[in-house]
Design a protein around this ligand. Structure first.
Ligand code: PAF
Length: 285
């Protein structure tokens, strides 16, 4: 097929290619994705390509990280289009295994990360991070890249991945990719496609309200007050509910009581049935 990036579907074919590159002395990078690629994903490919010689993009909608009643069945599967988009980037290879290649009969292992994965997303979506940690461990061991990159939009996911990669001594460098926004500031996400035109307008307020929270914290507003105000503004703007909005330590994700170090605001709010995630750095200047 022309105009698309080549695909392999087995771990063996992936490893054969990666080992061939390594035998030539080339450095290999991995961009794990669930497909439905948008410009946020493509920016991860560009960012990692600046560090390595060959980039593998994995596409696998991982069933084990979706909870009951979540959107596993309807999650967009657009592989051919994704491979066409990747042809405009430095990506060299797509790894798109099927569920049986990833979880063959008899599969019985779970990677479970304590502490950092118990709160926020982990508290609201039981087992979600077990699914992420298990599949990302597998992808890293299947591909054996020198570097792997994950977007900062899923800020807690990135922290969980850094934790188990360090704990399990997986020999890979983890990079965080800058959060990419749409023109109105909404964080780029495959799930934005679920928003109606009306909801999409409301969604643009998320970024504005978080920016105001960051400014308020920097100018001395107590953290709980700034969080509560942002939450009320989200509801007034048309969001259905706010799952959390918290100023945290960027490494441990502990909720801060005072703004005494560089911090991060992490937030999830719902519009209709869509959960939107966002976060922003709050730098001590
Ligand atoms: O962020 C995602 O798209 C997924 O959680 C990941 C890291 C590809 C694991 O399935």
């Amino acid at each position: 097929m022309t105009g698309t990036v080549p695909v392999v579907r087995s771990v063996k074919a992936l490893r054969d290619q990666v080992f061939a590159w390594k035998a030539e002395g080339l450095q290999v990078g991995l961009v794990p994705t669930m497909g439905a690629l948008h410009h946020g994903h493509l920016s991860l490919v560009d960012a990692i390509a600046a560090k390595v010689d060959r980039v593998v993009v994995s596409i696998f909608v991982n069933p084990t990280q979706f909870g009951e009643g979540e959107d596993f069945d309807t999650y967009p599967r657009t592989e051919e289009n994704d491979r066409r988009k990747l042809a405009t980037t430095p990506a060299s290879l797509v790894f798109a295994p099927n569920a049986n290649e990833m979880y063959p009969n008899g599969f019985a292992t779970k990677v479970s990360v304590g502490g950092i994965s118990d709160k926020f997303e982990g508290a609201l979506r039981p087992d979600h991070f077990n699914g992420v940690a298990t599949v990302v461990s597998k992808l890293l061991l299947q591909c054996l890249p020198d570097v792997a990159i994950f977007g900062e939009k899923d800020f807690q996911q990135l922290a969980v991945i850094r934790r188990f990669v360090a704990d399990l001594n997986i020999p890979v460098q983890i990079m965080g990719g800058t959060l990419i926004r749409e023109e109105d500031g909404l964080a780029a996400s495959s799930r934005n496609a679920y928003l109606s035109a009306e909801e999409r307008k409301v969604a643009g307020q998320f970024n504005v309200i978080l920016k105001d929270l960051v400014a308020a914290v920097k100018s001395g507003t107590p953290l709980r007050q700034a969080e509560e105000k942002a939450s009320s503004r989200l509801l007034a703007a048309g969001f259905k509910s706010v799952d959390y909005i918290s100023v945290v330590d960027p490494d441990s994700l502990e909720i801060l009581d005072t703004f005494d170090r560089t911090a991060r605001v992490i937030a999830v709010a719902r519009i209709g049935s869509v959960r939107l995630l966002d976060n922003m750095a709050i730098d001590l200047e």
